[in-house]
Design a binder for this molecule. Structure first.
Ligand SMILES: Nc1ncnc2c1ncn2[C@@H]1O[C@H](COP(=O)(O)OP(=O)(O)OP(=O)(O)O)[C@@H](O)[C@H]1O
Ligand SMILES: [Mg+2]
Length: 593
Protein backbone atom coordinates (compact mmCIF):
# COMPACT_ATOMS: atom_id res chain seq x y z
CA UNK A 1 0.00 0.00 0.00
CA UNK A 2 1.23 3.51 -0.81
CA UNK A 3 1.58 5.81 2.15
CA UNK A 4 -0.73 8.80 2.70
CA UNK A 5 -3.90 6.79 3.17
CA UNK A 6 -6.61 9.42 3.14
CA UNK A 7 -9.07 7.83 5.56
CA UNK A 8 -9.62 5.03 8.00
CA UNK A 9 -12.27 3.75 5.58
CA UNK A 10 -9.73 3.34 2.76
CA UNK A 11 -7.24 1.75 5.10
CA UNK A 12 -9.76 -0.79 6.38
CA UNK A 13 -11.06 -1.48 2.89
CA UNK A 14 -7.56 -2.34 1.72
CA UNK A 15 -7.34 -5.12 4.30
CA UNK A 16 -10.97 -6.28 3.99
CA UNK A 17 -10.39 -6.82 0.26
CA UNK A 18 -7.62 -9.28 1.06
CA UNK A 19 -10.20 -11.64 2.59
CA UNK A 20 -13.18 -10.71 0.46
CA UNK A 21 -14.75 -14.17 0.54
CA UNK A 22 -14.41 -14.56 4.30
CA UNK A 23 -15.90 -11.14 4.98
CA UNK A 24 -18.79 -11.68 2.58
CA UNK A 25 -19.76 -14.91 4.36
CA UNK A 26 -19.37 -13.28 7.78
CA UNK A 27 -21.66 -10.50 6.61
CA UNK A 28 -24.24 -12.80 5.02
CA UNK A 29 -24.65 -14.83 8.21
CA UNK A 30 -24.68 -11.69 10.33
CA UNK A 31 -27.82 -10.67 8.46
CA UNK A 32 -29.62 -13.20 10.66
CA UNK A 33 -30.10 -10.21 12.97
CA UNK A 34 -32.07 -8.40 10.26
CA UNK A 35 -34.24 -11.47 9.65
CA UNK A 36 -34.68 -12.00 13.37
CA UNK A 37 -36.02 -8.47 13.76
CA UNK A 38 -38.33 -8.54 10.76
CA UNK A 39 -39.56 -12.12 10.26
CA UNK A 40 -40.89 -12.67 13.79
CA UNK A 41 -43.56 -10.00 13.52
CA UNK A 42 -44.51 -11.60 10.23
CA UNK A 43 -44.78 -15.09 11.79
CA UNK A 44 -46.97 -13.66 14.55
CA UNK A 45 -49.11 -11.92 11.92
CA UNK A 46 -49.65 -15.23 10.11
CA UNK A 47 -50.49 -17.01 13.40
CA UNK A 48 -53.11 -14.35 14.27
CA UNK A 49 -54.58 -14.52 10.79
CA UNK A 50 -54.79 -18.32 10.99
CA UNK A 51 -56.44 -18.24 14.42
CA UNK A 52 -58.81 -15.52 13.31
CA UNK A 53 -59.80 -17.41 10.18
CA UNK A 54 -60.46 -20.65 12.12
CA UNK A 55 -64.15 -21.15 12.79
CA UNK A 56 -64.13 -24.54 14.63
CA UNK A 57 -63.74 -25.33 18.36
CA UNK A 58 -60.44 -24.25 20.02
CA UNK A 59 -59.39 -27.84 20.86
CA UNK A 60 -58.96 -28.48 17.14
CA UNK A 61 -56.75 -25.46 16.44
CA UNK A 62 -53.45 -27.38 16.50
CA UNK A 63 -53.61 -29.02 13.04
CA UNK A 64 -54.43 -25.62 11.56
CA UNK A 65 -51.65 -23.59 13.14
CA UNK A 66 -49.05 -26.38 13.55
CA UNK A 67 -47.38 -25.75 10.18
CA UNK A 68 -46.93 -22.04 10.98
CA UNK A 69 -45.57 -22.83 14.45
CA UNK A 70 -43.22 -25.47 13.05
CA UNK A 71 -42.06 -23.05 10.37
CA UNK A 72 -41.49 -20.48 13.13
CA UNK A 73 -39.43 -23.03 15.11
CA UNK A 74 -37.39 -23.87 12.01
CA UNK A 75 -36.80 -20.15 11.49
CA UNK A 76 -35.71 -19.79 15.12
CA UNK A 77 -33.33 -22.73 14.84
CA UNK A 78 -31.96 -21.56 11.46
CA UNK A 79 -31.25 -18.08 12.77
CA UNK A 80 -29.39 -19.55 15.76
CA UNK A 81 -27.31 -21.66 13.40
CA UNK A 82 -26.68 -18.64 11.17
CA UNK A 83 -25.45 -16.63 14.19
CA UNK A 84 -23.17 -19.50 15.10
CA UNK A 85 -21.77 -19.81 11.57
CA UNK A 86 -21.21 -16.06 11.60
CA UNK A 87 -19.16 -16.55 14.78
CA UNK A 88 -17.28 -19.38 13.12
CA UNK A 89 -16.28 -17.19 10.17
CA UNK A 90 -15.20 -14.49 12.59
CA UNK A 91 -12.74 -16.88 14.23
CA UNK A 92 -11.01 -17.23 10.87
CA UNK A 93 -11.36 -13.79 9.37
CA UNK A 94 -10.76 -11.37 12.26
CA UNK A 95 -7.46 -12.73 13.62
CA UNK A 96 -6.03 -12.73 10.08
CA UNK A 97 -7.36 -9.25 9.42
CA UNK A 98 -5.84 -7.86 12.62
CA UNK A 99 -2.55 -9.69 12.13
CA UNK A 100 -2.20 -8.28 8.59
CA UNK A 101 -2.80 -4.74 9.87
CA UNK A 102 -0.42 -5.16 12.81
CA UNK A 103 2.40 -6.47 10.63
CA UNK A 104 1.77 -3.73 8.08
CA UNK A 105 1.93 -1.06 10.77
CA UNK A 106 5.03 -2.61 12.30
CA UNK A 107 6.76 -2.79 8.94
CA UNK A 108 5.77 0.74 8.03
CA UNK A 109 7.00 2.14 11.34
CA UNK A 110 10.36 0.50 10.78
CA UNK A 111 10.69 2.10 7.37
CA UNK A 112 10.65 5.54 8.98
CA UNK A 113 13.93 7.39 9.29
CA UNK A 114 16.00 7.45 12.45
CA UNK A 115 14.79 10.96 13.25
CA UNK A 116 11.18 9.73 13.37
CA UNK A 117 12.10 7.60 16.37
CA UNK A 118 14.07 10.43 17.93
CA UNK A 119 11.13 12.83 17.53
CA UNK A 120 8.32 10.54 18.70
CA UNK A 121 7.69 8.83 21.99
CA UNK A 122 8.44 5.11 21.80
CA UNK A 123 5.31 4.50 23.87
CA UNK A 124 3.17 6.51 21.48
CA UNK A 125 4.49 4.69 18.44
CA UNK A 126 4.07 1.27 20.06
CA UNK A 127 0.53 2.19 21.10
CA UNK A 128 -0.41 3.21 17.60
CA UNK A 129 0.90 -0.04 16.20
CA UNK A 130 -1.08 -1.95 18.84
CA UNK A 131 -4.22 0.23 18.60
CA UNK A 132 -4.70 0.14 14.86
CA UNK A 133 -5.55 -3.56 14.39
CA UNK A 134 -7.78 -3.63 17.46
CA UNK A 135 -9.67 -0.50 16.44
CA UNK A 136 -10.07 -1.59 12.82
CA UNK A 137 -11.31 -4.99 14.06
CA UNK A 138 -13.91 -3.33 16.30
CA UNK A 139 -15.06 -0.92 13.57
CA UNK A 140 -15.51 -3.74 11.06
CA UNK A 141 -17.25 -5.91 13.64
CA UNK A 142 -19.70 -3.17 14.61
CA UNK A 143 -20.45 -2.52 10.95
CA UNK A 144 -20.89 -6.19 10.07
CA UNK A 145 -22.82 -7.41 13.08
CA UNK A 146 -24.85 -4.31 13.94
CA UNK A 147 -24.96 -1.36 11.55
CA UNK A 148 -25.40 -3.20 8.24
CA UNK A 149 -27.98 -5.74 9.60
CA UNK A 150 -29.92 -2.84 11.14
CA UNK A 151 -29.98 -1.09 7.81
CA UNK A 152 -31.07 -4.28 6.02
CA UNK A 153 -33.81 -4.81 8.61
CA UNK A 154 -35.09 -1.32 7.87
CA UNK A 155 -35.20 -2.04 4.14
CA UNK A 156 -37.02 -5.36 4.69
CA UNK A 157 -39.56 -3.63 6.93
CA UNK A 158 -40.15 -0.90 4.37
CA UNK A 159 -40.82 -3.61 1.75
CA UNK A 160 -43.20 -5.46 4.11
CA UNK A 161 -45.02 -2.23 4.95
CA UNK A 162 -45.40 -1.30 1.32
CA UNK A 163 -47.49 -4.45 0.83
CA UNK A 164 -49.85 -3.34 3.57
CA UNK A 165 -50.04 0.36 2.78
CA UNK A 166 -47.54 2.65 1.01
CA UNK A 167 -48.09 5.28 3.72
CA UNK A 168 -46.45 3.05 6.36
CA UNK A 169 -43.54 2.41 4.03
CA UNK A 170 -43.28 6.13 3.39
CA UNK A 171 -43.23 7.00 7.10
CA UNK A 172 -40.56 4.39 7.83
CA UNK A 173 -38.58 5.31 4.69
CA UNK A 174 -38.79 9.00 5.61
CA UNK A 175 -37.44 8.27 9.04
CA UNK A 176 -34.58 6.17 7.61
CA UNK A 177 -33.58 8.99 5.29
CA UNK A 178 -33.72 11.65 8.03
CA UNK A 179 -31.84 9.30 10.35
CA UNK A 180 -29.07 8.72 7.82
CA UNK A 181 -28.75 12.42 6.96
CA UNK A 182 -28.54 13.32 10.67
CA UNK A 183 -25.99 10.57 11.28
CA UNK A 184 -23.87 11.85 8.40
CA UNK A 185 -24.10 15.38 9.75
CA UNK A 186 -23.05 14.31 13.24
CA UNK A 187 -20.51 11.79 12.03
CA UNK A 188 -17.95 14.38 10.99
CA UNK A 189 -18.35 16.35 14.17
CA UNK A 190 -18.13 13.32 16.44
CA UNK A 191 -15.17 11.92 14.51
CA UNK A 192 -13.37 15.23 14.89
CA UNK A 193 -13.92 15.23 18.64
CA UNK A 194 -12.92 11.61 19.03
CA UNK A 195 -9.73 12.25 17.04
CA UNK A 196 -8.87 15.17 19.34
CA UNK A 197 -9.53 12.89 22.30
CA UNK A 198 -7.39 10.20 20.79
CA UNK A 199 -4.48 12.58 20.28
CA UNK A 200 -4.68 13.55 23.92
CA UNK A 201 -4.84 9.91 24.98
CA UNK A 202 -1.82 9.18 22.84
CA UNK A 203 0.15 12.02 24.45
CA UNK A 204 -0.82 10.75 27.89
CA UNK A 205 0.30 7.21 27.11
CA UNK A 206 3.57 8.54 25.71
CA UNK A 207 4.19 10.41 28.97
CA UNK A 208 3.38 7.37 31.06
CA UNK A 209 5.81 5.22 29.09
CA UNK A 210 8.43 7.99 29.30
CA UNK A 211 8.10 8.06 33.11
CA UNK A 212 8.26 4.28 33.34
CA UNK A 213 11.34 4.18 31.10
CA UNK A 214 12.93 6.83 33.27
CA UNK A 215 11.96 5.18 36.53
CA UNK A 216 15.57 5.21 37.71
CA UNK A 217 15.63 9.01 37.40
CA UNK A 218 12.32 9.24 39.22
CA UNK A 219 13.79 7.22 42.07
CA UNK A 220 17.14 8.99 42.14
CA UNK A 221 15.45 12.34 42.49
CA UNK A 222 12.51 11.09 44.60
CA UNK A 223 10.11 12.57 42.13
CA UNK A 224 7.16 10.20 42.45
CA UNK A 225 4.77 12.96 43.53
CA UNK A 226 6.12 15.32 40.91
CA UNK A 227 5.70 12.70 38.17
CA UNK A 228 2.22 11.90 39.43
CA UNK A 229 1.23 15.56 39.16
CA UNK A 230 2.94 15.87 35.80
CA UNK A 231 1.06 12.87 34.41
CA UNK A 232 -2.13 14.07 36.08
CA UNK A 233 -2.08 17.20 33.90
CA UNK A 234 -2.12 15.05 30.79
CA UNK A 235 -4.70 12.79 32.36
CA UNK A 236 -6.91 15.83 33.05
CA UNK A 237 -6.62 16.92 29.45
CA UNK A 238 -7.53 13.41 28.28
CA UNK A 239 -10.48 13.23 30.68
CA UNK A 240 -11.86 16.57 29.51
CA UNK A 241 -11.55 15.62 25.86
CA UNK A 242 -13.12 12.24 26.47
CA UNK A 243 -16.03 13.85 28.32
CA UNK A 244 -16.42 16.38 25.51
CA UNK A 245 -16.50 13.62 22.90
CA UNK A 246 -19.04 11.60 24.87
CA UNK A 247 -21.18 14.70 25.36
CA UNK A 248 -21.32 15.27 21.60
CA UNK A 249 -22.18 11.64 20.96
CA UNK A 250 -24.91 11.74 23.60
CA UNK A 251 -26.29 14.95 22.07
CA UNK A 252 -26.43 13.17 18.75
CA UNK A 253 -28.12 10.14 20.30
CA UNK A 254 -30.74 12.34 21.96
CA UNK A 255 -31.57 14.11 18.69
CA UNK A 256 -31.72 10.77 16.84
CA UNK A 257 -33.98 9.33 19.56
CA UNK A 258 -36.31 12.36 19.35
CA UNK A 259 -36.54 12.03 15.57
CA UNK A 260 -37.20 8.31 15.95
CA UNK A 261 -39.83 8.86 18.62
CA UNK A 262 -41.68 11.56 16.73
CA UNK A 263 -41.68 9.81 13.37
CA UNK A 264 -41.88 6.11 14.12
CA UNK A 265 -43.48 6.46 17.52
CA UNK A 266 -46.05 9.23 17.30
CA UNK A 267 -46.65 9.50 13.55
CA UNK A 268 -46.58 5.77 12.79
CA UNK A 269 -48.82 4.76 15.69
CA UNK A 270 -51.22 7.62 15.06
CA UNK A 271 -51.56 6.56 11.43
CA UNK A 272 -51.90 2.94 12.48
CA UNK A 273 -54.81 3.69 14.79
CA UNK A 274 -56.32 5.91 12.10
CA UNK A 275 -55.99 3.11 9.46
CA UNK A 276 -57.52 0.55 11.81
CA UNK A 277 -60.44 2.81 12.58
CA UNK A 278 -60.97 3.42 8.85
CA UNK A 279 -60.74 -0.31 8.16
CA UNK A 280 -57.61 0.04 5.97
CA UNK A 281 -55.79 -2.60 8.07
CA UNK A 282 -57.06 -5.56 10.07
CA UNK A 283 -56.02 -6.66 13.57
CA UNK A 284 -53.21 -8.96 12.30
CA UNK A 285 -51.70 -6.13 10.25
CA UNK A 286 -52.17 -3.75 13.19
CA UNK A 287 -50.13 -6.04 15.45
CA UNK A 288 -47.59 -6.71 12.68
CA UNK A 289 -46.92 -3.01 12.13
CA UNK A 290 -46.75 -2.33 15.85
CA UNK A 291 -44.43 -5.27 16.42
CA UNK A 292 -42.15 -4.39 13.52
CA UNK A 293 -41.97 -0.76 14.62
CA UNK A 294 -40.89 -1.82 18.11
CA UNK A 295 -38.37 -4.31 16.77
CA UNK A 296 -36.90 -1.80 14.37
CA UNK A 297 -36.65 1.00 16.89
CA UNK A 298 -35.13 -1.39 19.40
CA UNK A 299 -32.35 -2.62 17.09
CA UNK A 300 -31.68 0.94 15.94
CA UNK A 301 -31.46 1.92 19.58
CA UNK A 302 -29.03 -0.98 20.18
CA UNK A 303 -26.93 0.28 17.27
CA UNK A 304 -27.05 3.75 18.84
CA UNK A 305 -25.64 2.36 22.08
CA UNK A 306 -22.57 1.32 20.12
CA UNK A 307 -21.94 4.77 18.72
CA UNK A 308 -19.65 5.99 21.55
CA UNK A 309 -17.48 2.90 21.10
CA UNK A 310 -17.62 3.27 17.35
CA UNK A 311 -16.47 6.88 17.41
CA UNK A 312 -13.78 6.16 19.96
CA UNK A 313 -12.36 3.43 17.76
CA UNK A 314 -12.57 5.63 14.65
CA UNK A 315 -10.71 8.36 16.54
CA UNK A 316 -8.02 5.95 17.69
CA UNK A 317 -7.64 4.51 14.20
CA UNK A 318 -7.41 8.00 12.70
CA UNK A 319 -4.72 8.89 15.19
CA UNK A 320 -2.81 5.72 14.46
CA UNK A 321 -3.11 6.47 10.78
CA UNK A 322 -0.85 9.46 11.33
CA UNK A 323 2.05 6.99 11.33
CA UNK A 324 1.16 6.04 7.77
CA UNK A 325 0.38 9.57 6.76
CA UNK A 326 3.64 11.02 7.99
CA UNK A 327 5.86 10.36 5.00
CA UNK A 328 9.00 8.29 5.30
CA UNK A 329 11.63 11.02 5.43
CA UNK A 330 14.43 9.10 3.81
CA UNK A 331 13.59 6.82 0.95
CA UNK A 332 15.69 4.98 -1.59
CA UNK A 333 15.60 6.39 -5.09
CA UNK A 334 13.59 4.19 -7.45
CA UNK A 335 16.74 3.24 -9.34
CA UNK A 336 19.01 3.08 -6.29
CA UNK A 337 21.90 0.70 -6.68
CA UNK A 338 23.88 -1.28 -4.16
CA UNK A 339 26.82 0.53 -2.59
CA UNK A 340 30.09 -1.07 -3.56
CA UNK A 341 33.00 -0.45 -1.26
CA UNK A 342 36.41 -1.61 -2.40
CA UNK A 343 38.62 1.13 -1.00
CA UNK A 344 36.59 2.82 1.73
CA UNK A 345 37.06 6.49 0.94
CA UNK A 346 34.56 8.84 2.61
CA UNK A 347 34.21 12.29 1.13
CA UNK A 348 32.12 15.21 2.45
CA UNK A 349 31.64 17.77 -0.35
CA UNK A 350 30.32 21.16 0.82
CA UNK A 351 28.00 19.45 3.28
CA UNK A 352 25.45 21.68 4.98
CA UNK A 353 23.27 20.15 7.65
CA UNK A 354 20.94 21.22 10.41
CA UNK A 355 18.54 19.44 12.68
CA UNK A 356 14.92 20.47 12.12
CA UNK A 357 14.38 24.19 12.67
CA UNK A 358 17.78 24.56 14.29
CA UNK A 359 20.73 26.59 13.08
CA UNK A 360 23.08 24.95 10.62
CA UNK A 361 25.38 22.59 12.46
CA UNK A 362 27.62 21.96 9.46
CA UNK A 363 28.07 24.58 6.80
CA UNK A 364 29.78 23.86 3.47
CA UNK A 365 31.87 21.19 5.11
CA UNK A 366 34.38 19.42 2.91
CA UNK A 367 36.63 16.71 4.22
CA UNK A 368 38.01 13.48 2.80
CA UNK A 369 38.81 10.39 4.81
CA UNK A 370 41.20 8.29 2.81
CA UNK A 371 40.79 4.56 2.20
CA UNK A 372 41.99 2.51 5.13
CA UNK A 373 42.71 5.60 7.20
CA UNK A 374 42.21 5.52 10.97
CA UNK A 375 40.77 8.86 11.96
CA UNK A 376 40.06 10.16 15.41
CA UNK A 377 37.27 12.72 15.88
CA UNK A 378 37.62 14.90 18.93
CA UNK A 379 35.97 17.99 20.25
CA UNK A 380 33.94 19.14 23.19
CA UNK A 381 30.52 17.71 23.83
CA UNK A 382 27.94 18.85 21.32
CA UNK A 383 30.50 19.80 18.67
CA UNK A 384 28.92 17.48 16.09
CA UNK A 385 31.00 14.28 16.16
CA UNK A 386 28.11 11.85 16.47
CA UNK A 387 26.12 13.84 13.93
CA UNK A 388 29.04 13.51 11.51
CA UNK A 389 28.83 9.72 11.89
CA UNK A 390 25.04 9.70 11.50
CA UNK A 391 25.35 11.63 8.26
CA UNK A 392 27.68 8.99 6.82
CA UNK A 393 25.00 6.41 7.61
CA UNK A 394 22.37 8.69 6.01
CA UNK A 395 20.27 8.79 9.13
CA UNK A 396 19.46 12.38 8.19
CA UNK A 397 19.13 14.18 4.85
CA UNK A 398 21.57 16.95 4.03
CA UNK A 399 20.54 20.55 3.43
CA UNK A 400 23.23 20.88 0.81
CA UNK A 401 26.30 19.20 -0.63
CA UNK A 402 26.96 15.49 -0.88
CA UNK A 403 28.63 12.60 0.87
CA UNK A 404 30.47 10.14 -1.31
CA UNK A 405 31.72 6.69 -0.42
CA UNK A 406 34.19 5.42 -3.00
CA UNK A 407 32.80 8.02 -5.37
CA UNK A 408 29.13 6.97 -4.94
CA UNK A 409 26.72 9.54 -3.57
CA UNK A 410 25.07 7.87 -0.57
CA UNK A 411 21.71 9.27 -1.71
CA UNK A 412 21.92 7.19 -4.87
CA UNK A 413 22.49 3.84 -3.21
CA UNK A 414 20.11 1.71 -1.18
CA UNK A 415 20.13 2.50 2.52
CA UNK A 416 20.39 -1.18 3.30
CA UNK A 417 23.55 -1.65 1.24
CA UNK A 418 25.02 1.53 2.74
CA UNK A 419 24.44 0.39 6.31
CA UNK A 420 25.63 -3.13 5.51
CA UNK A 421 29.06 -1.70 4.65
CA UNK A 422 29.43 0.28 7.87
CA UNK A 423 29.78 -1.15 11.34
CA UNK A 424 28.96 1.48 13.92
CA UNK A 425 29.12 1.13 17.65
CA UNK A 426 26.84 3.88 18.89
CA UNK A 427 27.57 6.10 21.84
CA UNK A 428 24.87 4.47 23.92
CA UNK A 429 24.79 0.89 22.68
CA UNK A 430 21.53 -0.92 23.19
CA UNK A 431 20.91 -4.61 23.24
CA UNK A 432 17.83 -6.63 22.46
CA UNK A 433 15.98 -8.42 25.21
CA UNK A 434 17.36 -11.66 23.83
CA UNK A 435 20.27 -13.96 24.67
CA UNK A 436 23.82 -12.60 24.51
CA UNK A 437 24.58 -15.03 21.72
CA UNK A 438 21.68 -13.69 19.66
CA UNK A 439 22.78 -10.15 20.38
CA UNK A 440 26.31 -10.77 19.13
CA UNK A 441 25.10 -12.80 16.17
CA UNK A 442 23.01 -9.81 15.13
CA UNK A 443 26.18 -8.62 13.35
CA UNK A 444 25.99 -11.62 11.04
CA UNK A 445 22.99 -13.85 11.47
CA UNK A 446 24.65 -16.59 9.45
CA UNK A 447 27.69 -16.75 11.76
CA UNK A 448 28.50 -20.07 13.42
CA UNK A 449 28.83 -20.39 17.20
CA UNK A 450 32.60 -20.53 16.73
CA UNK A 451 32.59 -17.21 14.90
CA UNK A 452 30.44 -15.68 17.64
CA UNK A 453 32.91 -16.86 20.31
CA UNK A 454 35.85 -15.55 18.32
CA UNK A 455 34.29 -12.09 18.00
CA UNK A 456 33.48 -12.16 21.71
CA UNK A 457 37.11 -13.03 22.52
CA UNK A 458 38.40 -10.11 20.43
CA UNK A 459 35.96 -7.80 22.20
CA UNK A 460 37.09 -9.15 25.54
CA UNK A 461 33.69 -10.34 26.60
CA UNK A 462 34.00 -14.10 26.19
CA UNK A 463 35.36 -14.57 29.68
CA UNK A 464 32.69 -12.63 31.50
CA UNK A 465 29.94 -14.27 29.44
CA UNK A 466 31.29 -17.71 30.31
CA UNK A 467 31.30 -16.81 33.98
CA UNK A 468 27.55 -16.12 33.90
CA UNK A 469 25.37 -19.07 35.01
CA UNK A 470 23.60 -19.20 31.66
CA UNK A 471 26.66 -18.18 29.62
CA UNK A 472 25.81 -17.13 26.09
CA UNK A 473 22.14 -17.89 26.75
CA UNK A 474 21.89 -15.15 29.36
CA UNK A 475 19.13 -12.71 28.51
CA UNK A 476 20.43 -9.17 28.17
CA UNK A 477 17.39 -7.46 29.71
CA UNK A 478 15.48 -4.64 28.13
CA UNK A 479 17.95 -2.51 26.15
CA UNK A 480 20.69 -4.59 27.80
CA UNK A 481 19.81 -3.35 31.27
CA UNK A 482 20.99 -6.51 33.02
CA UNK A 483 24.58 -5.86 32.01
CA UNK A 484 27.03 -3.26 33.20
CA UNK A 485 27.77 -0.34 30.88
CA UNK A 486 31.20 -1.77 29.99
CA UNK A 487 29.80 -5.25 29.37
CA UNK A 488 27.16 -3.80 27.09
CA UNK A 489 29.84 -1.93 25.18
CA UNK A 490 31.92 -5.07 24.74
CA UNK A 491 28.93 -7.05 23.46
CA UNK A 492 28.25 -4.34 20.92
CA UNK A 493 31.91 -4.32 19.90
CA UNK A 494 31.72 -8.10 19.36
CA UNK A 495 28.56 -7.60 17.34
CA UNK A 496 30.25 -4.97 15.16
CA UNK A 497 33.35 -7.17 14.70
CA UNK A 498 31.13 -9.99 13.46
CA UNK A 499 29.61 -7.66 10.91
CA UNK A 500 32.98 -7.53 9.21
CA UNK A 501 32.27 -4.28 7.37
CA UNK A 502 34.87 -2.32 5.38
CA UNK A 503 34.07 0.91 7.25
CA UNK A 504 34.01 1.08 11.02
CA UNK A 505 32.76 3.87 13.25
CA UNK A 506 33.39 3.70 16.97
CA UNK A 507 31.50 6.38 18.87
CA UNK A 508 32.94 6.36 22.37
CA UNK A 509 32.97 2.60 22.01
CA UNK A 510 35.26 1.97 24.95
CA UNK A 511 34.35 4.92 27.15
CA UNK A 512 32.75 2.80 29.86
CA UNK A 513 35.71 0.46 30.22
CA UNK A 514 38.49 0.54 32.79
CA UNK A 515 41.82 1.51 31.29
CA UNK A 516 43.29 -2.02 31.41
CA UNK A 517 40.38 -3.59 29.55
CA UNK A 518 40.32 -0.63 27.20
CA UNK A 519 43.99 -1.15 26.35
CA UNK A 520 43.41 -4.85 25.69
CA UNK A 521 40.44 -4.19 23.44
CA UNK A 522 42.29 -1.51 21.60
CA UNK A 523 45.08 -3.77 20.59
CA UNK A 524 42.55 -6.37 19.35
CA UNK A 525 40.57 -3.67 17.60
CA UNK A 526 43.75 -2.45 15.92
CA UNK A 527 43.96 -5.86 14.21
CA UNK A 528 40.28 -5.87 13.28
CA UNK A 529 40.38 -2.36 11.88
CA UNK A 530 43.67 -2.88 10.08
CA UNK A 531 43.41 -1.58 6.51
CA UNK A 532 39.77 -0.58 7.01
CA UNK A 533 38.56 2.98 7.09
CA UNK A 534 37.97 3.59 10.76
CA UNK A 535 36.48 6.59 12.49
CA UNK A 536 37.07 6.68 16.21
CA UNK A 537 35.22 9.23 18.27
CA UNK A 538 36.78 9.58 21.69
CA UNK A 539 36.89 11.98 24.56
CA UNK A 540 39.76 10.13 26.22
CA UNK A 541 42.50 11.44 23.97
CA UNK A 542 45.08 8.91 25.16
CA UNK A 543 43.19 6.29 23.14
CA UNK A 544 43.87 8.16 19.91
CA UNK A 545 47.65 8.46 19.92
CA UNK A 546 48.14 5.76 17.29
CA UNK A 547 45.50 6.89 14.77
CA UNK A 548 46.69 8.25 11.40
CA UNK A 549 44.84 11.50 11.65
CA UNK A 550 42.88 13.58 14.09
CA UNK A 551 40.04 15.91 13.17
CA UNK A 552 39.06 18.46 15.79
CA UNK A 553 35.44 19.63 15.83
CA UNK A 554 34.20 22.84 17.33
CA UNK A 555 30.55 23.84 16.99
CA UNK A 556 30.25 21.81 13.79
CA UNK A 557 33.39 23.30 12.35
CA UNK A 558 36.59 21.41 11.67
CA UNK A 559 39.13 23.62 13.34
CA UNK A 560 42.17 21.36 13.15
CA UNK A 561 43.14 18.38 11.06
CA UNK A 562 46.42 16.47 11.23
CA UNK A 563 48.38 13.80 13.03
CA UNK A 564 48.59 13.68 16.80
CA UNK A 565 52.16 14.96 16.68
CA UNK A 566 51.42 17.84 14.33
CA UNK A 567 48.38 19.00 16.28
CA UNK A 568 50.14 18.63 19.59
CA UNK A 569 52.97 20.79 18.36
CA UNK A 570 50.55 23.36 17.02
CA UNK A 571 49.35 24.10 20.53
CA UNK A 572 45.82 24.91 19.32
CA UNK A 573 42.45 23.40 20.16
CA UNK A 574 43.73 19.83 20.30
CA UNK A 575 46.44 20.83 22.68
CA UNK A 576 43.89 22.59 24.86
CA UNK A 577 41.83 19.42 25.00
CA UNK A 578 44.89 17.51 26.09
CA UNK A 579 45.78 20.00 28.70
CA UNK A 580 42.25 19.95 29.99
CA UNK A 581 42.40 16.20 30.44
CA UNK A 582 45.77 16.25 32.09
CA UNK A 583 44.96 18.87 34.66
CA UNK A 584 41.37 17.98 35.06
CA UNK A 585 40.57 21.66 34.63
CA UNK A 586 38.54 22.99 31.78
CA UNK A 587 39.87 26.12 30.10
CA UNK A 588 37.44 28.98 30.56
CA UNK A 589 36.64 29.40 26.87
CA UNK A 590 35.63 25.75 26.66
CA UNK A 591 33.31 26.03 29.63
CA UNK A 592 31.54 28.92 27.92
CA UNK A 593 30.65 26.81 24.91
N1 LIG B 1 18.14 14.66 17.06
C1 LIG B 1 18.58 15.90 17.29
N2 LIG B 1 17.76 16.95 17.09
C2 LIG B 1 18.20 18.20 17.28
N3 LIG B 1 19.44 18.51 17.66
C3 LIG B 1 20.31 17.51 17.88
C4 LIG B 1 19.92 16.15 17.70
N4 LIG B 1 21.00 15.37 17.98
C5 LIG B 1 21.99 16.22 18.31
N5 LIG B 1 21.59 17.49 18.25
C6 LIG B 1 22.40 18.70 18.51
O1 LIG B 1 23.47 18.72 17.58
C7 LIG B 1 24.67 19.14 18.20
C8 LIG B 1 25.76 18.09 17.95
O2 LIG B 1 25.43 16.90 18.64
P1 LIG B 1 26.33 15.61 18.55
O3 LIG B 1 25.60 14.52 19.20
O4 LIG B 1 26.77 15.43 17.16
O5 LIG B 1 27.55 16.07 19.44
P2 LIG B 1 28.84 15.23 19.87
O6 LIG B 1 30.02 16.00 19.40
O7 LIG B 1 28.71 13.83 19.48
O8 LIG B 1 28.74 15.38 21.44
P3 LIG B 1 29.19 14.32 22.58
O9 LIG B 1 30.66 14.40 22.66
O10 LIG B 1 28.54 14.86 23.79
O11 LIG B 1 28.69 13.00 22.19
C9 LIG B 1 24.34 19.33 19.64
O12 LIG B 1 24.19 20.72 19.87
C10 LIG B 1 23.05 18.62 19.86
O13 LIG B 1 22.26 19.27 20.81
MG1 LIG C 1 28.42 12.09 20.51
Amino acid sequence: MQHAVKSVKNFIWHFVKKQKGGFIFTQVFALALALDATLWPYVIKVIIETIEGFQGPREEIWPVISHVIILGLILWFSLDIAFWINGLFKTKVYPRFEAAIRMFMYDYVNSHSYSFFINNFTGTIANKVADMPRSCGSIVDMAITTFIPTFVALIISIIFFSFISPVFALILGGWVIIHIISCYFFLRKCTRYSTIHSESRSRLLGRIVDTITNNLNVRLFSRNTYEYQYTLEFQEDERKKYAETLWHIEKMRLILALICFSITGVLMIWYEVYSYRKGIIDIAEFIFILNTTFQITSITWMAGIMLPDFFREVGIARQALSIINSPVEIEDLPNAEELKVDRGEIKFNNVTFKYHHNENLFENKSVTILPGQRVGLVGVSGSGKTTFAHLILRHYELEGGEILIDGQDIRNVTQESLRRQIAMIPQEPMLFHRSLKENIRYGDITASDEQVYRAAKIANCHEFIMSLPQGYDTIAGERGSKLSGGQRQRISIARAILKNAPIIILDEATSALDSITEKQIQSSLAQVTYNRTTIIIAHRLSTLTDVDRIIVFKKGDIVEDGSHKELFKKRGEYYKLWEMQNDGFLPKELIDE
